[in-house]
Each structure stands twice: as C-alpha cells, then as structure tokens.
Write a protein that binds this ligand. Sequence first.
Ligand SMILES: [Zn+2]
Ligand SMILES: [Zn+2]
Length: 603
Amino acid sequence: MSITEAYERISKSKINFSDNRQDFNIQSCVRDYDTNNFTGLFDHNETMLFSNIYPYVEGRALLADELYNLLKMIGEDTQHGQTPEGTSSSVEANGLTTDMALLQKFLIFTNALIIPSVISKKDKFMAKIMEEIFDQDLSNQFKNGCFRCGSKDLLETDCPRCKRRCFVCRECLKMGEARSCTPLFLFSKEQNLQLKIKISPEASFGQNKLESMPKGKLDYDYKSDDLLENLPHLDFDLTPAQKEAYDMASEFLDREEKKALIFALCGGGKTEAVYGAVKKIIKKGGKVLFATPRRDLTRELSHRLEKAFPGIRINTFYGGFKNKLSDGEFVVSTTHQLYRFYRAFDLVILDEADAFPYRGSNNLPLLLGRSLKKDAKLIYISATPEKSLLKETKKKTAYLITIPARFHKKPAPLPKLIKVSKKGMEGNNGKFSKKITSFIDKNLDLNKPMLVFVPTINLAEETSRRLEKYLRKQNYLKKQEHLSNDADNSIASIVSFSHSKDPKRDEKLIEFTNGKIKILVSTTILERGITLEGVRVLVLFSNHDVFDDRALVQMAGRSGRTGADPYGEVIFAGEYITKAMKRARKLIDRLNKEALKKGFIEE
Ligand SMILES: [Zn+2]
Ligand SMILES: [Zn+2]
C-alpha cells in the first residue's frame, strides 16, 4: 500500500469533522482534489492572499482552533504594517476565518493534509499515514494515539463538539483539545513531497508561486548575500577546538549521514560550533530549529542568537510565551514545543539530547521525526551522549564532532573516585571521614570556594549544619585571623545550603559567587549554569540513584572552567563505586585524551 493510496482511502472514508462554529467536511475538500483540475479555481487576488499567508502556516501542525487563532493573529500582525507592500490586509486574512468556502480553497491551495487529531482504534490505513507523518517505522507500537503530540494516552468522553462519545488526547489537554472528531491540519514546508499535488500552474508552489510572491520578510530566498556573508557576529575568537567543530558541522551538511553528534566538554563552547551550519542553511533559503530542554535556556539562547545573527528573523517558542508566529528562518524553542511543527526544518539542533524531557520520552522522538523535512539534517549536542548514539558514530550512521577542550587549553579536572563509609559522609556531630575533612581543610587554607553536592534537600540542610559543627570544633575562625576580626563573618555565614525549595537561594548564590559563603552544599539544582573561578567540587553519596553519569559529568564540569584557575579539583565520594561514576570519569578522560592528541591542550 502506498502512502497516496492510504491517504485516498482515508479521505474517502466517512470521517465527519465538525466543531462548534464551522463544519469541516474533509470530503468536500477532497472532492475538489479528485477533480485533478484546478485551472481557474483561484483568482488572482486569492492567489496573492494565499501565497502571502502560506509562510505563516507552512511547517505547522495546527488544530482547527489553532488555525483560526493563527489566521487572526496574522490579521493583527499585518494591520501593524508588517506585511510587504501590496499584499493582503487584515480583513482578507480574517476572511479565511469567516468564509468557509475561502478557507477550503486555502486548504486546497496549500495542499494541507487533513487528518483526525487522534485515532482510537487499529486501522491499517491510518497506521500507514502515522508512519509517514512521524517518519519512522512504527509497525508494532502505534495502533492508536494522537497525531498532534504522539501520545497514546486517550480518554473516551461525551464530546461537546460532535455531541457523541469520542476520544480525546490526555497529553494534549493542557494545550488544546485533540479529539477524534477534530481535524488536525498539517502544512508541509516540503513542496515536492506533498502527498497529492495536482494543482494548476497558477497555484503551484514551483517557480510560478515564487514569482508571484512579493519581496519582503516572508521570502527567505531574497536575503542579501552581504548580510549573510558577515554572519555570525562574534565578539570573541573561536578556540581551535571550537573552530574545528564549527568547520565539521558545516561540512556535515554535505555528508551522507543524516545525524551528527557534537560531543562537548562542559564549558567547551558548544553553541557557537553550530553557527556555521546554521548560516549555510539560511543562505540556501532553508529553515533551522534549535531546541533546548528548558525555558530559561531557550530565552537565553534566543538573546544570544539575536546578537550573533542580526537581520535574521528568530521566532521563539516556549510554554506561556505569547507570539507564536513561526515565519522566520530560525526557530528557537523548548523541546516540548515540537508538537507545533510538521515537515518544517532543514536542520534541527537538539541541545542536551540526553536530558529530560527528550531522554526517556516516547512522544518527542516521534515529533522530532515529524518536524524534519525528508532530506533534513539533525545535530545532537551533549556532554554525556547516550551509548546508543556513540555506537552509531562508530557504525558511521552518525557523524561525530567533538569539542574536547576549553578555551584556556588545560585539561578538564578528572574526578577522583573514593570510597567512604555512610557514616563518614553523614558527619553526625561534625564527625566526617578524614577523606572528607582533608578536602575541606585544604581548600579552606587555599581559600578556594567549594561546591558540595548531595542527593536530597534534607541532606543539603543537614550536611551544611554538620559542616558548620565540624568547623566550630576545629576553631576554624580563630585560625583565620583575618576573618575573626570581621563581625560580618561567622561560621554560619561561611557554610550554607541551596536547593529548589530554599527561598533564599538566589541571594546565597550571589554570596557564594562573591566569596562570602565558602562552602555551599547543594542538590543537583546547581549542576549546571554556574561558573565560578577556582571552585572545587565534592559529590557526597555519589552512589545515590539521582547521580547518573550525566549529572556527575555536569557537576564535575563546574570545576576548572576559568583561565585564572584552570585545574580545579573534583571528588566523587560514594559508599561504593558505581558504573555511573566510572562512566562519567571515562567520558571526561576520553575528551582530555583527544584534546591532547589534537594539540588543543597543554598538559
Ligand atoms: Zn467529538
Ligand atoms: Zn495529543
């Protein structure tokens, strides 16, 4: 069964789409397709209107409500004078939300794929379409589920839309109702791979359409070469390790592999390494997605990219952010937002691919497959890549790019793995193991800040108190003459704790950064993002489940980041040595050795 046959079969079957306001009759759209002859179907004005709105919907997966809202938003956007000269007014854009015949013509013009949002039972035609849409072999795993988000978690309810019982996707509920009676519109950005293209020359997406499109922000192909030639803007030089990765990532686009892995040391500067590849895609008129695991990272990245790529329109997507137009060349989003796209991107960069939410998710890999154009490229970035991905690089199905060194050309501190009894790490009454206290004493003497990681919130508070007790017993302040005269300094202010529920955590972080707090006991909340000169890292209870290899590499990655004090020190203390501890050490060691071999670092 070909995909075209499957689609024809589905579109002829009796699926009645309806919602409260409008009847979407898939059959009436499809009947028009079946005539195979659209000559004269669209008049000039319609062609202009549709061509101008198309860039806003192409590459998107939209529920009926979302399509309405988007069309309204385009109306508002165009009202504010942002549309290129001589194109549609808001009234016309809004026309699509009120005039059913016009909307149906638009759907025909854009060759939208219209399918039920969820399917609730096994159906071989639907299964075929599902594989096509998510671009993977789902033979035994996906018999029913949601086309919008890839979830299989459906619920049968009385439906206010179709007034019968139908299925709704639970996963989608917080971001709109995906139901078996509600259509999902998929607007491909791939002009040649549409499922059924038999449109007249006037309406086709080939040469004719491009000629009819006015020049303006909607048209990627007209970016001037001058503008692009000077990109990206960097206010620093790339390190030799970054430069090599930068060139390899650009070169990857011309290689056979569809996937690449950028395996980077924490603090190696991984983001800049993809700039060349991004530029290359934009230059060709293509579209790029840069997805990160969290909102704060997305916001920060978006600012950075705006500086590096001035003149390029960057659309940012994360939960709760209002402006959801995606008509730019460059989309920056959280991984969760992948549910918005369909065959949209020529290049997708997936940052921290080994982290939540991507790792362990069933839906997100499906949505990633759906967001890519068929000939698109995918770059994973990680400091702790999954074994399966590393294996692929060995089998040459994924292209390996490494950034094994930091800018200061010194190796990353290799964690020391030590065994300490539970009691020795708990430190009741300040009685810690000698192995722990020697680390504390030495670094206090050297006046180096210490980050002590523990697995739980309780332990963070307790360990902080017990370290305080230890220092009291040591008469620490009396030994430090320069501190004992300072009224502002008590032992309580030298040791502190931080965790997600601590209301003072921002203040404490500032005190730690400016040197007032010398020992900060923290949960994994500080495992990334903090860069502090000279910081030493001790992980207690490293054998605990929360400390997987990824977390351990991140925590170790806090140390030795700055040029003034590049060596640092990292200790993983556990009741026993776990596989995760060994693997974390091995990953860091591997990059150090490679950096040495390539001459990126001096020992
Ligand atoms: Zn319904
Ligand atoms: Zn869903």
